[in-house]
Design a protein. Sequence first.
Length: 279
Amino acid sequence: MLTAEQRTGYDRDGFIVLPGFKDAAQIAALRARAEAIVDAFDPNESRAIFTTRDQERASDAWFLGSDNTVRCFFEEEAFGADGQLRQPKALSINKIGHAMHDLDPVFSAFTRDPKLAQVARDLGLVQPQVYQSMYIFKQPGIGGEVRWHQDATFFDTDPISVTTFWFALEDATIDNGCLWAEPGGHRGPLRERFIRDGDAIRMEKLDATPWPDDSTAVPLEAAAGTLICFHGLLPHYSAPNRSPVSRHAFTLHATDAGTVYSARNWIQRGADLPVRGFD
Ligand code: FE2
């Protein structure tokens, strides 16, 4: 699927952009399914948790409980001072996560794509294990920033193997908060590690190398249907969306079964929900 030139580009830059990877029908099916999940979501289910006294622990619990399930998360700016949604629910959700690719037939069909399996192989994943999926809305006006980070922070393996598959479901532009990345930045060190210890999570600082800035980062604008694959060490970021249009995207994170998956990663799979690849 990938040419030798594309593979060389991936090794050099740490990412590759593949326009037209998914067609309009595949995108429409995923968008419709996401809309249905949000429609069925009762905000009180999570609001009850968020109104407990210990806000941070409560939000951690809602997050941690989404590891092997399907849950909706609100944008940080979704609620006004009165505690009510400022926009309709469908325009207030930040993302759906984190196991739709295994638990939902529509998301699973999008993920189990022979073309995708081939790209993963071409990028060096001998036996891919897809640990996480996220449907990201980047809502108009309130779509939140995702600060600079590396995905290997969340999926630690020895050696590092996590690879990200990022699908544009709408045109991603500088205006509506497209990805930014530092070409070649995947050759730098892992800066942080996200550690789960039971019901507690923390970020461990590993390296003081600064995050990129405008002088070295490039915007990865992408038309709907584009697949962007990137290396687990590639620093990337996306700006808030202050524009009137959303920027839906879908991401998958896969590691290689030939590496050692850390027992301290926040997502663990057992025999009840075995981790699978793209086949
Ligand atoms: Fe990321």
